[in-house]
Every structure is written in structure tokens, then in C-alpha cells.
Design a protein around this ligand. Sequence first.
Ligand SMILES: COc1ccc2cc(-c3cnc(C(=O)NCC(=O)O)c(O)c3)ccc2c1
Ligand SMILES: [Mn+2]
Length: 254
Amino acid sequence: ETKLNGYTQIDLLQNRFYERAKYVVDTLRKQGYCYLDDFHGEVTALSILSEVKNLHQREKFTDGELVSSNGNGSMLNKKIRDDKIAWIDGKEENCQTISHHMTTVNTLIRYCNGLIDEYDIEHRTKAMVACYPGQGTCYKRHVDNPNKDGRCITTLYYLNPGWTEEKGGMLKLYPGGSEEAVKILPRLDRLLLFWSDRRNPHEVEPSHDVRYAITLWYFDKNERARFRKKQEEDERKKAILSQQENGSKDGKKD
Ligand SMILES: COc1ccc2cc(-c3cnc(C(=O)NCC(=O)O)c(O)c3)ccc2c1
Ligand SMILES: [Mn+2]
């Protein structure tokens, strides 16, 4: 290992991750969100963009359909989001640089985890590659994790070279639920991070050009375990209820 004034290459790399993690955690603590520009560098960013465009051409995106109910049980078919999405685990063909992005963010989050004592972050979701196809497509105001499903940090990596506000598609964040919105430009090679819970309601303004992003959600171990346990209990209750219903129907038949 060539020593550069006493440091090896590895030391410098780890040091760089540590510095960025320190900045991210301090900023998340202060304002609930934080973004890093030139995260991978332009060459890698453009390579990720070409892999994402290739996914889009190969029709790997599905409608990110999410209906909202109007509270009295009937499902409104009101569209609250128009994005198209593809879930990627990074092993797919022609996704090598997307996979490199996932590994790099994992490393950053691992360093952040060492600095955040309120969460214990060990897992994340697959990568959600999202495309807003333009023509005014948007995503209404929402919270990513309103009901403790385990997700604690949302990371959004933007892939839109030369994006300007005239194209719309700004991410509007209401940090700390304040009415004072923060507008984030979804520019190429920008990594945005924010707490996934009710501290950060946000929306995607109508987009007038094709707009790509990759989302990774990171889980807090304990909140996720509690959520999974609750999910299993709900499944068991549902199974018992349907058995009782079938039982009572059989009873009526005799
Ligand atoms: C049950 O299956 C699914 C499948 C996909 C889902 C995608 C989202 C989602 C959440 N937030 C955003 C967002 O805030 N984007 C901000 C930006 O692009 O700047 C977004 O684009 C997409 C939420 C729930 C989902 C459930
Ligand atoms: Mn969201």
C-alpha cells in the first residue's frame, strides 16, 4: 500500500465516508432532510441513468398505482400518484451500476448508523426505480411511513441532467410538518435523504418532462420487528375469522 503522508488509500476512503456520514447525521438532526450533490460523479451517474432508461425501454416498469379510500371503506379510484416503478435487487442483467449505487448508499448508511443511537439500521428495501413520464404526472402530498412500518430513512437518488424548475417535478418537502415548504430540484447525481415518518410530508409537483429517481428505504430493526409481528397477528386473526365464518355457513347448511 503506498502511504500518502501516512494514510493508505483505504484510510482516505473510510475517512471520506465518515466525513459525509457525519455531515448527513448532523443535518438530518437539524432539519430532518439532507442532500449530497455529485454523489457518484457524472460518469457513474450517467451510467446509472442509461441502465434506468434501458429498464424503461424493456417495459420493466409497472404502474405505481395507489388508490386512496375516502375513509368510509369505499375505495375511490382517485389516482394520487402517476409514477411508474420497477423493484430492483441489483442482480438483474444490465443493472451493474444500479447495484453499485445500492452498495455505496449501504456503506454511507452503515457509517450513519454508527452515529445515530435512536435507530439500529441493518436492512433496506430493494431499489425502487421510479419514472414520472411527464405530461403533468405528479405525486400528491404524503408521508412515506405514517404508521410505523419500520422504514426510518428514505434515500432518493435523482437522475435528471439539465433539469430546471420550468420542467416542474420539484420535490416539495414540509420538514417538521411545517407549512414552509422546501423545494428540491431532482438534478442528476443528487442524493437526498430524509426521515421517512410523519416529520416529512412531501409531494412531487406536476412534471412536464420524463423524470427518473431511485429510492432505497432503510429499516429500523426494532420498529420493523414489531411491525412484522403485528402483521402476523393480523393474518392469524383473519384466518380464524374466515374459519369461523365457514364453520357458521356449514352449520346453516345442516
Ligand atoms: C404497495 O406497492 C407500492 C409500490 C410503490 C410505492 C411507491 C411509493 C412512493 C413514495 N414516495 C415517492 C416520492 O415521494 N417520490 C419523491 C420524488 O420522486 O422526488 C414515490 O415516488 C413513490 C409509495 C408506496 C408504494 C407502494
Ligand atoms: Mn414519498
